[in-house]
Design a binder for this molecule. Structure first.
Ligand code: UT7
Length: 344
């Protein structure tokens, strides 16, 4: 059976750091409050006015391709998961296609907030398993600073800017994307949204004055929903595939709040050394959190490892994916990997 396997990971992080101490100067907050309630110490911000989500997406995608010894013309499909596109249309995927020189690719943007990467993985897997496409680039990229109100202490401390990208290829040895459980519950949309700028509330002076072009979040409501839904769905994908906590090498959670991650890990019976957590350094980077974790832990992953990815976000959207990892250590160019396999 052909599965879609992740064969390379790339990333992009802006250099500028916004620390909790910086926020103490900006809003009525403390380092202690932010750390104890969220686990965040600092996040990255893309300050340049002329650079945005697409810029970061291209950087992450180029790194993923380069590590695999591939280039634009090898790519069949480009999926960009984001809620902060450079513009409504054309899709970010179009500019990524042009920058990569991906002359035979088609692509589109995927809007599923913080679940965008997990939804995208399932989409990419279907495209590859169908046999119609081989090399799919999935990028999670968000410039959250572009929709963050830096006078609102309840949201501004949470988010950061970043991109992560994975390359997916067909694989016949059983490793790859094995299963996904994905959900949407539209009744929860008002708890986490951006009200302005769309066809319901097109931009006017009034929408700007009412701060409708920023993230609106009822944090407590989202927390209550996420803490159960996230743990439930991760447990569901494990149960459905007969996985016990001993079988799971790593849990790769969306990085929104350390307390939500800890609750899910407890439910899955996993000790903290088997949970990928980098929220303290990057904050919540929306669609980029999971590929950033994969990038940071890539060296520790081994061929045949069972890993469970899980995310939740605005919509509500949430989901979990079971992956059997396809390679050991950092991604290798295709030719090198084949030669190594031949040697045994
Ligand atoms: O990926 C997107 C999905 N989004 C999420 O996962 C977010 C889920 N929610 C959360 O992570 C948490 O709800 C927050 C981190 C946003 C807030 O933590 P909390 O423990 O739920 O705090 P709270 O909203 O219950 O607020 C507790 C207090 C309030 O003051 P009062 O009413 O008790 O006097 C807030 O006004 O903390 C206050 N507060 C702050 N204080 C200092 C809220 N933000 C801050 C702040 N600094 N930055």
């Amino acid at each position: 059976m052909i599965r879609a396997a992740i064969t390379s990971v790339g990333h992009f992080l802006p250099e500028e750091r916004l620390t909790n101490a910086d926020f103490e100067q900006m809003v009525d907050t403390t380092d202690e409050w932010i750390r104890s309630r969220t686990g965040i110490r600092e996040r990255r911000i893309l300050r340049d006015k002329d650079k945005a989500t697409t810029y970061m997406a291209i950087k992450a995608a180029k790194e993923a391709l380069k590590k695999r010894g591939m280039s634009g013309p090898d790519v069949d499909v480009i999926i960009v998961a984001t809620v902060t596109p450079d513009m409504f249309f054309p899709a970010n995927a179009c500019q990524v296609q042009a920058a990569l020189g991906a002359t035979k690719a088609w692509g589109f943007d995927l809007s599923a907030a913080c679940s965008g990467f997990v939804f995208g993985l399932s989409t990419a897997a279907c495209l590859i398993e169908s046999g119609r496409y081989r090399n799919v680039l999935l990028i999670g990229s968000d410039k959250m600073s572009s929709i963050t109100d830096y006078t609102d202490r309840e949201t501004c401390v949470l988010f950061g800017d970043a991109a992560g990208a994975v390359l997916l290829e067909p694989n016949a040895d059983g490793n790859g994307i094995v299963d996904s459980v994905l959900r949407t519950k539209g009744e929860g949309w008002e708890a986490l949204c951006m009200l302005g700028g769309g066809s319901l509330n097109p931009p006017t002076h009034q929408t700007v004055d009412r701060k409708m072009h920023y993230i609106h979040q009822d944090g407590r409501t989202v927390f209550r929903f996420a803490v159960n839904a996230f743990a439930d769905i991760a447990a569901e994908v494990m149960q459905r595939n007969g996985l016990t906590s001993d079988d799971v090498r790593f849990f790769v959670p969306h990085q929104a709040n350390q307390r939500i991650i800890d609750a899910a890990a407890r439910r899955m019976g996993l000790a903290s050394d088997r949970v990928m957590i980098n929220i303290s350094r990057y904050g919540n980077t929306t669609a980029a959190t999971i590929p950033l974790c994969l990038y940071d832990w890539e060296h520790a992953l081994r061929k045949d490892d069972n890993i469970v990815l899980a995310a939740f976000g605005g919509g509500y959207t949430w989901g979990a994916t079971y992956v059997r990892w396809a390679y050991t250590g950092v991604a290798q160019p295709r030719a090198t990997a084949r030669a190594m396999e031949a040697v045994g």
